[in-house]
Design a binder for this molecule. Sequence first.
Ligand SMILES: NC(=O)c1ccc[n+]([C@@H]2O[C@H](COP(=O)([O-])OP(=O)(O)OC[C@H]3O[C@@H](n4cnc5c(N)ncnc54)[C@H](OP(=O)(O)O)[C@@H]3O)[C@@H](O)[C@H]2O)c1
Length: 333
Amino acid sequence: MIRVGIYGATGYTGFELIKVLVRHPAVEIVFATARSDVGKRLCDIFPTMLTTPLVAVDQADLAAADLVFTCLPHNAPELVPLVQRALDAGKRVIDFSDTFRLRDPDDYERRRGWPHPAPELLTAAVYGLPELHREAIRTAQLVANTGCYPLTAILPLWPLVNADLFADATVIVDSKSGVSGAGRALSLKTHFGETHETFSAYNVGRTHRHLGEMEQETGLHIIFSPHLLPVYRGILSTIYVNLRSTATLAEVRAAYDVYRNEPFMRLLPEGRLPELRHVQQTMYLALGIQPVEGDPGRYIIVSVLDNLLKGASGQAVQSMNVMFGLEETLGLV
Ligand SMILES: NC(=O)c1ccc[n+]([C@@H]2O[C@H](COP(=O)([O-])OP(=O)(O)OC[C@H]3O[C@@H](n4cnc5c(N)ncnc54)[C@H](OP(=O)(O)O)[C@@H]3O)[C@@H](O)[C@H]2O)c1
């Protein structure tokens, strides 16, 4: 059994992670932390859940764990010291935030405007995307779990880069996310009255914090427009690419053969585009490809995933399975 500790167990991703882990045959949960709900039990917050006591971060029994999941906000001051402490104690760590996702400390500083608080951890961390980095994840001490928006762009774009199909390296990624992407903490932007029966764009262009990992993993120049969709879970991204004018639909579709053995990738048949409901509550990333009529080389790709599963907690469990030499789909299908 893998003994796992969960930091930030009362958040959206923490809750989703526990829902996956309680069904996982090779996992035992040894602790769960909270902040405002310290002293309660997990089932006091989520009534169908375990009776595990909720402890403060510094009360967690780190020694009892083989692996910890850190599901804290990126700006929690406890996060980096906590990850450092766990690694120093010889534990393996899967971090959910974007703190360790960029490999290059200079790139981090350029994009954020300040230096990384622990640059040596940046270079040691492995980007937690098994479809691209499976071998490195197997032996990683620190895995930087992928961002949910970035995954909807990286997984559709990378095969086209790999097949050398791009005529123009500038790509437009237009994404729409359900409100659970913003976490459970109260905020004006995501409360019911502000999101119900409306639809809005935010951080458009080149300002969103998750642009960096999309560009790092694809090598493309990306214009990214995220939107807040009035649904709870799921992301749909519409991606506009300009490929070589000779690239036929058959050639473009063939580029995705690299995913033929990937258990969670679904390329839809010609003429079909995916919807959120095809993937909500599942681990699948589904995508469809549409040529732009009368405009050779231009294609529109639509990709969808569940931000809390393939985009966060399920993805972390997929990486955990790889790290511990288990069947990659264990507990996930
Ligand atoms: N939501 C998504 O779809 C998604 C997808 C991919 C990645 N992520 C990343 O996953 C991480 C967690 O996201 P989330 O959506 O689960 O957030 P969330 O719902 O806000 O939950 C955060 C958790 O961390 C705890 N926490 C917050 N500040 C803390 C602090 N200073 N010290 C100790 N504990 C603290 C919270 O406890 P209290 O509630 O008591 O404050 C809660 O248990 C974030 O880094 C996020 O960017 C999220």
